[in-house]
Write a protein that binds this ligand. Sequence first.
Ligand SMILES: *Cc1c(COP(=O)(O)O)cnc(C)c1O
Length: 421
Amino acid sequence: MDHFLYRDGELFAEDVAVADIAAQVGTPFYCYSTATLTRHFQLFNEALEGTDHLVCYAMKAASNQAILKTLAALGAGMDVVSGGEYARAKAAGVPGDRIVFSGVGKTAAEIRAALDGGIRQFNVESEPELRVISQIASAMGATAPVTIRVNPDVDAKTHAKIATGKSENKFGIPIAKARAVYAEAASLPGIEVIGIDVHIGSQLTQLEPYEQAYQKVAELTEQLRADGHNIRRLDLGGGLGIPYTRSNEAPPLPMDYGALVKRTLGHLGCELEIEPGRLIAGNAGILVSEVIYVKDGVGRTFLILDAAMNDLIRPAMYDAHHEIVPVKEAEPGVEMAPYDIVGPVCESGDTFAKGRVMPPLQAGDLVAFRSAGAYGAVMSSEYNTRPLVPEVLVNGDQFAVIRARPSFDEIINRDTIPAWL
Ligand SMILES: *Cc1c(COP(=O)(O)O)cnc(C)c1O
């Protein structure tokens, strides 16, 4: 459920008419709903009720400071994957002891900054990383809390670009090597091993891969404890899918996921962390765009929008499907027609949908891409020198621009001219 609903034939974001935002902000823009962000965070929190747990929002899904502050105020921790995200989490007021640091390529500078500013734990992905963290922490007179990310070699049954839990993926250490790596970790002076981390992919639409992975984690926990390690925290990644279409997809509910976690891992008495990104932000955001032209092609009609692949790259990059709906609801019984929905960018990859059946649309009409809150604005670019798409946050009957559209001068003045020109 989200809070983007029609009222009297007009699309609203909570209690604000989307067309009113468009009139003030201009298109294209992203629009997020506070109520939806809150609801989704609470769903996870409730799903793990009765366990010692922390929901760490995977902020790479949507990392605007206003979104982070909204979630932090509810008690969310943050999962960060870069020094920049760490700085964003701190800037949003998240204390270090609620920030976990994931990612296969943490640099020495990033590790130092996190140890300096405080960190709940590093989710370590390789032996060389373990050694570098130990060296840096020791030199700082500190001990770094770590979980080690194990790769359980399960098929997450999702898009290849976002599957991470097979042995062919770059993530984590093979679970078969885990005992040896934990033994080395325990011998390193700057490291305190506190737990196990696992994350098998994104947009998972079945629970069964989680079941397989968590059973392996449960076995490993017992083995590692028998080896003398004090395993007391399990970080379970994220990845629960969301419905991108209204009809044929019904991904598992957080409540069922929570029940699975409790059933497979609850008996171990560990503190649990989960890192949802998409499920918190995905359906909490839409991308609003205006139709520039309706162009007749050979055997097809193109709907040319003012949003493009640089604003929302998921269709081009992941073959992703987004529902695209008119901001002014179609009259009942109106004749629908197929459109190829494209942006203005100069490549054919700039196609949002082919043969999408829509009510009749004209230049000047507004459309909204649903489920665009996660991996939308954060992946946007200024390709074709199209200004970075602005972001708006709605809260009840209020809205605010939370990232303004840059002017052409601001964009151009970021470049600097060498002395010889
Ligand atoms: C991307 C990522 C997540 C979040 O995945 P979602 O599918 O957005 O829930 C969680 N943990 C790690 C380590 C990630 O890389």
